[in-house]
Design a protein around this ligand. Sequence first.
Ligand code: HEM
Ligand SMILES: *[C@@H]1O[C@H](CO)[C@@H](O)[C@H](O)[C@H]1NC(C)=O
Ligand SMILES: *[C@@H]1O[C@H](CO)[C@@H](O)[C@H](O)[C@H]1NC(C)=O
Length: 318
Amino acid sequence: MASTSFLLLHVLVMFSLANIVFSDLSDDFYDDICPQALPTIKRVVEDAISQERRMGASLLRLHFHDCFVNGCDASILLDQTSTIDSEKTARANNNSARGFEVIDRIKSEVDKVCGRPVISCADILAVAARDSVVALHGPTWEVELGRRDSTTASRTTANNDIPTPLMDLPALIDNFKKQGLDEEDLVALSGGHTLGFAQCFTFRNRIYNETNNIDSTFASQRQANCPRSGGDSNLASLDPTSALFDSKYFSNLVSKKGLLHSDQALFSGGETDELVKTYSTNLRTFSKDFAKSMIKMGNIKPLTGNEGQIRIDCRRVN
Ligand code: HEM
Ligand SMILES: *[C@@H]1O[C@H](CO)[C@@H](O)[C@H](O)[C@H]1NC(C)=O
Ligand SMILES: *[C@@H]1O[C@H](CO)[C@@H](O)[C@H](O)[C@H]1NC(C)=O
């Protein structure tokens, strides 16, 4: 009797461990229902990037901002209504998150090629992020699929859970930990800043007020296009090669040329310095870790089975 219940307990423990380690998602989810789905996403992403190089960065960021707010459930795509508390106007997203039209285009082309709405908006975000990184010469990975779309959104949660560019290392570590991501994930995923741009208001305090841990020539150069007041939306690239996935983001941090306070926080005498140094001279290691952490981020609290829905229009609940 005792041994039977012990065995049962053992089996239960194994199952719950398995649930932590393995997600409910699978990389072949659409292979039978719509084999043309993934190639269609890739085609539209490549086309969008050829029209505007920055779009790859913007699509990568959309997936991140989706996943950090109640999981990867496409909540970021919902427009404001009387019942939807849209995340689009949350601090980190308002006049900043972009690429929504590209997602709309992907959704309509994919539904057309599949003959019906079978692919979720949350999966489209995950695949578009991967295809963007690949298009900009970064690593590839198998995207786990089968996420479903939320029927709610939360601006408050977006305000609370998306990290801010003013955070120090302990706050960043804590923020990622709340999502089940560790320090290595934090450093690898921050490497997403090898792509894209930031607006003046996000780094103004750093280039005018910080003296430690900023290269003074770099600060003056950035000041030229980011005045003390005004020019809030003027852009600066997050690393010197904004449309190329490389290790310059990290070598820049080592030279105290991180654009955001939160970027430089990863190399400022704390426990992540060593990993930043490693990535700064080792693109292969960065690429491998980035891919691994992207899969982990993509697995944050997905809706599966009968949860949520497959939206017809990514901006609206069915
Ligand atoms: C670690 C905490 C992070 C903070 C505090 C942060 C903050 C920011 C800020 C302030 C911007 C500029 C937005 C603007 O000026 O409009 C930005 C841009 C960007 N972020 Fe992050 N970010 C973080 C992590 C990540 C992660 C994990 C990824 C993806 C893996 C990512 C991908 C991007 C990309 C690609 C851009 C450029 C977007 C574009 O040009 O449209 N970021 N981030
Ligand atoms: C978002 O930005 C618009 C300007 O485009 C502004 O009018 C609005 O107040 C902002 N919303 C929030 C919630 O900050
Ligand atoms: C620099 O810091 C001071 C004091 O915190 C603040 O009042 C000022 O606005 C900051 N300047 C810039 C350009 O951010």
